[in-house]
Design a protein around this ligand. Sequence first.
Ligand SMILES: [Zn+2]
Ligand SMILES: [Zn+2]
Length: 152
Amino acid sequence: MPAPADLGGELIGVPEGADLDLDLRLESVSEGVLVSGTVTGPVKGECGRCLREIDDSLAVTIQELYAYENSTTDDTADEDEVGRMQGDLIDLEPALRDAVVLALPTNPLCREDCPGLCPDCGVHWDDLPADHSHQQVDPRWASLTQLTRTEE
Ligand SMILES: [Zn+2]
Ligand SMILES: [Zn+2]
């Protein structure tokens, strides 16, 4: 199934049209159909620290009840809580969207310990020497800083 548009968040998500792999089981229950299983697909995004491209994959579990039209559940439950069958059809997209958004990180990183970019020159810390620094403190200013500190 090709991924619908806007599946994910601003920084990271499943690209529109990407190949989603649905491994779902449909179970008939008294009030409707219970859909459960996993959906896997590719994820693309941008590292929140260094803006590098993130190429990942995602697997989400879905378990959602779709009530038959005119069933008790249809009468008593809110449509936001329990999905509805539309005739013989199930609109999986809202459940999928919820599951994917929940599974995605709000602050995506290219890797757990991404050091990010040097705020002064914008170069990735990975590409900079360990002692990289832009601080050239004038000795006079340095003593002034010290003075201020003592006064506190
Ligand atoms: Zn990064
Ligand atoms: Zn720098």
